[in-house]
Design a protein around this ligand. Structure first.
Ligand code: PLP
Length: 327
């Protein structure tokens, strides 16, 4: 199977690692005796909740902007996102001296709007119910000569996201299994390319919310599947369709896609707080929940788990923990 068919190779991940060095955090790898005891495995949690802006997205955003041409950087970048990609783009652009325009919906949480503006981005608000964000973004990009950096379907973004798994293999050596959450598939695709190169033989699984299993459906059918906006607490994985560039990599380099329920995510959030003293957002709990709920037989295995982010509305944590008791 030739990785030349894919939009990135391990060499692109190595380049990304050099580009982000000294700018992105080399996040810690944590372990838990309790987690190992419950699963019978040795689990290594790569903690991107401690990344800048609180999620791995900073890796891809910084790598993408840094590799634009001088002319593109002078003109500025544009992105649409109400989530972690918005903040990642805003901060990465500011650090690279590039102006960023972020298109956000009128119902985005005030805290996210403020954070994105706080990083110096020019925020353009659109009406979620009556306007099409992609059309607005394309129009602004054309009018102002801005370069669009999408959240996952972009080679340098995928390569940047792959640096987290590369660091994990460098730190703990080869793994038997790697579990990675998936929305549009940028983190999963980047991780899978990294695994094939730095830990050949490692089986990589994607993990999705059960309520929004479009990647699983696509994987089984062999073509992208479009689903309605899923109703799940895992807002970072609420995508409706896997990426055009990420999907071929997932098909080729990933073993399978697992799903977990929102209640399992809430129980995982609780575990992280209680046992590991970490705040992890619901989407960031996906991969760990797959491991801890024995969706695979991990006994005796050395297992990597990517914890993708920690941006949770602290006022809602009580509600989440209450849901942990449900099925
Ligand atoms: C964006 C995001 C994801 C999903 O990443 P994709 O590359 O779209 O699959 C998962 N977790 C968090 C915290 C995110 O911000």
């Amino acid at each position: 199977m030739s990785s030349r068919l894919h939009c990135i190779t391990a060499a692109d991940i190595s380049t990304a690692a050099e580009v982000i060095a000294g700018h992105a955090v080399r996040t810690p790898v944590m372990t838990s005796r309790q987690a190992d005891h419950l699963t019978g495995a040795r689990l290594f949690f790569k903690c991107e909740n401690f990344q800048r802006v609180g999620a791995f997205k900073f890796r891809g955003a910084y790598n993408a902007i840094a590799q634009l041409s001088e002319a593109q950087r002078r003109a500025g970048v544009i992105a649409f996102s109400s989530g972690n990609h918005a903040q990642a783009m805003a901060l990465a652009a500011r650090e690279l001296g590039v102006s960023a325009t972020i298109v956000m919906p009128d119902d985005a949480p005030a805290a996210k709007l403020a954070a994105t503006r706080g990083y110096g981005a020019n925020v353009v608000i659109y009406r979620r119910h009556s306007e099409d964000r992609e059309e607005i973004t394309q129009r602004l990009a054309a009018e102002r000569g801005l370069t669009l950096v999408p959240p996952y379907d972009y080679p340098q973004v995928i390569a940047g996201q792959g640096t987290a798994a590369k660091e994990l293999f460098e730190e703990v050596g080869p793994l038997d299994v790697l579990l990675v959450c998936t929305g549009g598939g940028g983190l999963l695709a980047g991780s899978a390319v990294a695994a094939r190169h730095w830990s050949p033989g490692c089986r990589v699984y994607g993990v999705e919310p059960a309520a929004g299993n479009d990647v699983q459906q696509a994987f089984l059918r062999g073509e992208p599947v479009r689903i309605p906006v899923p109703n799940t607490l895992a807002d970072g994985a609420q995508t409706q369709q896997v990426g055009r560039l990420t999907f071929p990599i997932i098909q080729d380099c990933v073993e399978g896609i697992l799903t977990v329920s929102d209640a399992q995510l809430c129980r995982q959030m609780r575990f992280f707080m209680e046992r590991m003293k970490m705040v992890v957002e619901p989407t960031g709990c996906l991969a760990a929940a797959a491991a801890m709920n024995a969706l695979l037989d991990l006994r005796g295995k050395k297992v990597g788990v990517i914890v993708s982010g920690g941006n949770v509305d602290v006022d809602k944590i009580g509600q989440y923990l209450a849901l942990a008791g449900e099925n």
